[in-house]
Design a protein around this ligand. Structure first.
Ligand code: ARG
Length: 560
């Protein structure tokens, strides 16, 4: 909140608010300033030495009502906030259960395409990031007043269906598949691949079956529906645990009848070229290989469906932005897709964004699917919950609802691990690391939250309404106050950069600051005014931590 206000106040013809906001930083030592503006970067544009720039900006900063004073130190402008104003804002966080909302998104719709699992293929650890990053962005944008449409662009089209029909008919039956779970379905798939190596004619059979699905053949469709049903049943259970919801499950098959008009536009614009019987859009002018849209046998592709989906979404939702939360391995696909849409003069072309992220691998070196060993997401969650349970049993053997708490802690830990870093970073997953109650983890934040709850309960005081946060002037307390107040700013930044880690980092930081305060200053003291003020601040922290956890899709627990 202060960052953007400062940036607005300091910007002028030569320096944009954006540049200033980017430059603002927390000082190394909190005693030096509340926030600091290094002016070195502006020297070139303004043709002035940094200290002179800082001096020129000083007066303007001091005119702001939330600024107490500013100091020029070398090339830095060090800014101190007015403690009363800051305290007043922190008070607001104590008075509302949901902190840091805004209306910036009013009237704007954001489509988020995330998770987008493949039917009849395992829901594995590789899907963790898209699912939880997408889910977090979904809630973060809603928090800021956007209308959000969560889309699961199911991978429900392709030759894997033909293969599965062949496998089912050879070694099982429709009834058995329907009765069983996703593991059973997967075992058929694995067996198919093994045997098809020696019997390549199976692939012809599979293709023929897939053709029958394409042609709407009744029997083939029955299989198709059963596979989809089994997968969706399994996937939904995981979504429930991860608190993930969607507004649309329009997947690849949904676009079967919606591609022709798009191909017509491409033809009309002379963009579609024939190449060995296939239809492509040439992109060498833009340094990319051609985008293949129709195969020689007439089959359409992943990209063709994505073009149709883009048109459908624009028409249906009139989106302001359309985000695709998909691994960086698909960078080229999205670059091609967006370029083709631009060449088609598609109205939403400039509002499409690929929100890329890195890979997740397991600490023990195990990887997903590649070498055949699948690490199911469900199993990672189960194992984390199991471990969480034994930790809780050790720490707090008498606590009620152990299973429920273990579920929240274990799942929360896994979710958080995918939201802690900048998206693009590859992650090495370690159970011990994500479940460390004293690290940069969900359990650490949850534990701090429970500590706030317990302090408020123990006070026995329902009435600290007139607690005056502005009377908290010790350094540790003031750091907590500031962190509460700047939470909304972090949420805004997370949305702007499509980086949920601004929220996860903020709540870990706040938890750390609160714990320092809690250890150095007792909350339940005899002096009524001091006690009320500290309780009030504790409530503000509690509300802020809960808001942050919930935005990430993680439970806040009153006790743990
Ligand atoms: N099902 C795809 C995969 O698992 C991801 C789909 C992403 N969304 C899209 N509109 N292309 O690789």
């Amino acid at each position: 909140m202060f960052e953007s206000e400062l940036a607005k106040a300091l910007s002028d013809a030569q320096l944009t608010a954006e540049e200033i906001e980017c430059a603002l930083e927390a000082p190394k030592d909190a005693k030096l300033a509340d926030i600091s503006l290094p002016c070195f970067k502006f020297s070139r544009t303004l043709r002035l030495p940094p200290p002179v720039i800082a001096q020129n900006l000083k007066e303007r900063v001091e005119g702001l009502d939330f600024v107490e004073r500013a100091e020029v130190v070398g090339g830095y402008l060090n800014i101190f906030f007015d403690k009363q104003t800051v305290a007043k804002l922190a008070l607001a966080a104590a008075d509302t259960p949901v902190v840091g909302t805004s209306t910036e998104g009013e009237g704007k719709t954001i489509c988020i395409d995330y998770s987008s699992v493949n039917i009849a293929k395992p829901f594995h650890i590789g899907h963790l990031s898209t699912t939880v990053i997408g889910g977090a962005l979904y809630r973060i944008f809603k928090h800021l007043g956007y209308k959000v449409v969560g889309i699961n662009h199911l991978g429900d089209w392709g030759t894997q269906f033909g293969k599965l029909i062949v496998a089912t008919r050879k070694w099982s039956s429709l009834e058995e598949v329907e009765r069983n779970d996703e593991y059973f379905l997967n075992s058929l798939y694995v067996r198919y691949h093994k045997e098809a190596e020696e019997h390549p004619e199976m692939d012809d059979e599979a293709r023929a079956w897939f053709k029958r699905i394409e042609d709407g053949d009744k029997e083939a469709t029955k299989y198709f529906d059963a596979f989809k049903e089994v997968t969706m049943r399994a996937v939904s259970k995981v979504y429930d645990r991860l608190k993930i919801t969607f507004d649309s499950y329009a997947g690849e098959s949904f676009y079967n009848d919606k591609m022709t008009p798009c191909l017509d536009i491409l033809k009309d614009k002379g963009l579609l070229k024939e190449s060995d019987g296939a239809m492509v859009v040439e992109l060498d002018e833009y340094g990319m290989p051609p985008c293949l849209l129709v195969k020689a046998d007439g089959a359409t592709l992943y990209a063709t469906r994505d073009i149709a989906a883009a048109y459908f979404r624009k028409q249906t939702y009139d989106f302001f932005k359309c985000l695709y939360v998909v691994a960086y391995q698909q960078n080229l696909h999205f670059k091609q897709l967006f370029k083709v849409l631009e060449l088609m003069d598609f109205a939403g072309a400039k509002d499409m964004e690929h929100i890329a992220f890195g890979m997740v691998s397991m600490e023990d070196g195990a990887m997903s699917t590649r070498n055949g060993r699948v690490i199911w997401l469900k199993e990672v969650l189960d194992r984390a919950v199991e471990k969480a349970k034994s930790i809780i049993e050790n720490k707090n053997p008498n606590i009620k609802d152990k299973d429920k708490i273990a579920e929240s802690v274990g799942v929360g830990a896994v979710v958080f691990s995918a939201l802690w870093n900048n998206r693009i970073k590859d992650i090495v997953f370690s159970y011990d690391k994500v479940l460390n109650f004293d690290g940069e983890t969900a359990p650490y934040v949850q534990y701090t939250y429970a500590r706030c709850a317990s302090a408020l309960r123990k006070s026995g005081e329902a009435n600290f309404e007139d607690g005056d946060i502005s009377s908290i002037t010790d350094a540790e307390g003031y750091e907590v106050v500031k962190s509460v107040v700047t939470f909304g700013e972090s949420v805004r930044l997370a949305a702007k950069l499509r980086e949920p880690c601004y929220v996860s980092r903020h709540i870990v930081d706040l938890a750390g600051k609160f714990n320092r305060f809690y250890i150095d200053h007792r909350i339940i003291v005899d002096d009524k005014d001091v006690r009320s003020a500290r309780l009030k601040l504790t409530l503000a922290v509690k509300n802020t931590l809960r808001t942050g956890l919930n935005l990430l899709g993680i439970d806040a627990l009153e006790e743990m």
